[in-house]
Each structure stands twice: as C-alpha cells, then as structure tokens.
Write a protein that binds this ligand. Structure first.
Ligand code: FPP
Length: 249
C-alpha cells in the first residue's frame, strides 16, 4: 500500500458503494499508441487491475467485479487470446499465494466450460482458498456475456420447474438474482467504464439496472487509484432514487 492509497476520500463514508464493477477497456489502444504490440497493453492492464483491486480493498468495498474476457473475445487473433489467458493464469498463480494475506476472495463469473483445463484447475484452487478467506470479493468475468448469463439462469429455473422443485409463480426478482452468476454478491452500485466508450457491452445487464454509470476517456492501463477515487466521489455526490422521489427505500 502506498501513502496515497490511504489518503482521505472526499466521499462521505456512508455513500461509499458496496459493489463496484469495471469494464477494463483500452488496453489495445494504449499499446498501439506507444507502437507496442497489443499484448503489452494487456500486461499493463493486468497491473492496473492488481493496483485497483488492492486500492478498492483499502477503501473498504465489499465487492469489485471486472470484465476480463467476453463471450465475443474468442474472435480475436489466437495469439492475443493466448496472451490474455496466460496473464490470467499468472495472476491466479500469484493470487493463490497472496489471497489469504491480502484478505481478497476470488470468484469467477461466466460460462467456465470453455476455459482451458489448466486455467480451470487454477480457478478451482482459488475457489477452495476463497471459501476460507474473509474479505473483499473480487469477481473476474471470464467467457461472460450478460445475455448469456440471463439465459443460463432462465434455463436453470425452467429445469427446476420441470422437476417440480419450483413453480413459475415462485420466480420473483430475488429468486432470479440467485440463479445468476453474481448470486450472493451485494447489489451493484457503480459501474466504471474507462477507455472512452459509453456502453455496457453486455456487462452485468441485470445487475446494472439501478447502478450509477461512470465513464472516463482514460485508457485502462493509465487508470490510477486517484481515478478510482474520482469515480467514488462522483458516486457519492449522486442521489439515487430507484424510480421514486426520495432516497433509496
Ligand atoms: C479490453 O481492452 C481488455 C480486454 C479484452 C482484456 C482484459 C484483460 C486483462 C486486463 C488482463 C487479464 C485479466 C486479469 C484479471 C489479470 P481492449 O483490448 O478491447 O482495448 P481496445 O479497446 O483499446 O482495443
């Protein structure tokens, strides 16, 4: 932790979000702008991820969720896909040693069936460590698409109706939320997208229904803890009404 990490935040603590999500966008452009291969951008992006996860933990968040690989990202050149998978593997190997010490639990969102076996084994190892760790939950969305997640939940609930475990009338918002990959996480409060685009790109479609959205042109590898604090401060200054006229209720 650097001295800067513990600097007081302008945001009032009661307005600190419990759960923040980040679309880590702009790695490729960051590298291209430096005349470097895209892989260099993903390497820098994974370092940013590490720094922001540690910072979020010091800030007292309960959950941080990042988009690492979408269901569409398989269409990228094979070498780039291999590079991202290698970074994820490296991160998981290091996380296995440091999670308990840092008080960070790791979790995966997405359809993990397509994950290469070596990576899958690492996720199982991090899952079993996470069960013994108290602390902030960092969720990594891999082979994730929000529509795909909703379809998988719908299929699972339909199957439970077919076996008689549920009736259609049992399916309310709470039950549906519990069938999603994010089951058990706090409601999503804030979604940050660096990299200049202003869209969700299928990330957390159900969960983002009432989240505050924060966009910045800063490319992900350049995104600093101070940028994260700026997003927290913007969140703290907004009034959330959930469709009503007053505060959350
Ligand atoms: C989006 O930038 C980023 C990705 C598709 C990959 C994100 C992966 C990492 C940060 C590394 C591995 C993850 C972890 C959790 C260690 P882009 O390539 O779409 O950038 P562009 O829009 O500039 O092309």
């Amino acid at each position: 932790m650097t001295g800067n990490d513990s600097a007081p935040l302008a945001a009032r603590p009661e307005n600190l979000p419990r759960h923040v999500a980040v679309i880590m966008d702009g790695n490729g452009r960051w590298a291209e702008g430096r005349g470097q291969p895209r892989r260099a951008g993903h390497i820098a992006g994974s370092e940013t991820f590490r720094a922001i996860a540690t910072h979020a933990k010091h800030r007292g968040l309960e959950a941080l969720t990042v988009y690492a690989f979408s269901t569409e990202n398989w269409r990228r050149p094979a070498a780039e896909v291999r590079g991202i998978l290698a970074l994820l593997r490296k991160y998981l190997r290091e996380a296995i040693d440091s999670m308990a010490r840092e008080g960070i639990r790791l979790r995966f969102l997405g359809d993990l069936d397509a994950m290469p076996p070596a990576l899958r084994r690492l996720t199982e190892e991090t899952d079993s460590i996470s069960r013994q760790v108290e602390g902030m939950t960092v969720s990594v969305a891999f082979n994730y698409g929000g529509r795909d997640e909703i379809l998988r939940a719908a299929r699972s609930l339909t199957e439970q109706c077919q076996t008689g475990a549920l009736t259609p009338a049992d399916i309310d918002e709470a039950r549906f939320s519990d069938a999603l990959d994010t089951a058990g996480l706090p409601p999503l409060d804030l979604l940050i997208r660096p990299g200049g685009e202003r869209r969700l790109s299928g990330f957390l479609l159900w969960q983002a229904a009432y989240a505050e959205l924060y966009f910045t042109d800063t490319l992900w590898p350049d995104f600093t803890p101070a940028d994260f604090d700026a997003a927290l401060a913007a969140y703290a200054s907004r009034q959330r009404r959930y469709g009503g006229l007053g505060g959350p209720g």
